[in-house]
Design a protein around this ligand. Structure first.
Ligand SMILES: [Zn+2]
Length: 163
């Protein structure tokens, strides 16, 4: 009889800096589930990896005097080193800068674009760079980011999506 498939993934860690204990806790929990399912006879595919995009990374790389790609190579390498140190049994460590990943994203994007699901639009709000998110003024807490009061660099920004 063919083994039943079981897929599990963590969120992919953001590469703006070293991973924190929460990222490590998450991968260890997922690893425990993956091991348990393998023991139960499932054909397990366990995935984890790193999310490597955004203005925050661009700024951090500039501060460090290196290219964004060099910056994410360092951080992603450090994250993978820690996951290996924790002896996590992942089957794939995916990076959003991986060639095969980029190829798939382009394929999906083109398909969605062709169907009219992606179109030009615009919106305005208060932008928080650490959160990489827009908030309305009524969502702010004392004029500061609602996620973390330390995020004081909110800027009024207009976003127009580009083709
Ligand atoms: Zn924020």
């Amino acid at each position: 009889m063919e083994k039943q498939k079981y897929y599990i993934t963590t969120a992919i860690a953001y590469t703006s800096g070293k991973p924190h204990i929460g990222n490590t806790y998450e991968v260890v929990l997922a690893d425990a589930i993956a091991r348990y399912k393998r023991q139960q006879g499932y054909d397990v595919f366990f995935q984890t990896g790193t999310d490597e995009h955004g203005q925050k990374i661009e700024l951090k790389a500039e501060e460090a005097g290196i290219t964004p790609k060099e910056f994410v190579d360092n951080v992603s390498g450090e994250i993978k080193r820690i996951w290996d140190l924790m002896n996590t049994s992942y089957d794939k460590f995916i990076r959003t800068t991986d060639e095969d990943h980029e190829k798939q994203v382009k394929k999906i994007f083109k398909k969605m674009y062709a169907k009219g699901d992606i179109y030009k639009g615009h919106y305005e709000g208060m932008y928080c760079t650490p959160c990489e998110s827009f908030f309305t003024e009524s969502q702010l807490v004392d004029g500061k980011c609602l996620i973390a009061a330390a995020h004081v660099y909110l800027q009024k920004k207009k976003h127009t999506s580009s083709k």
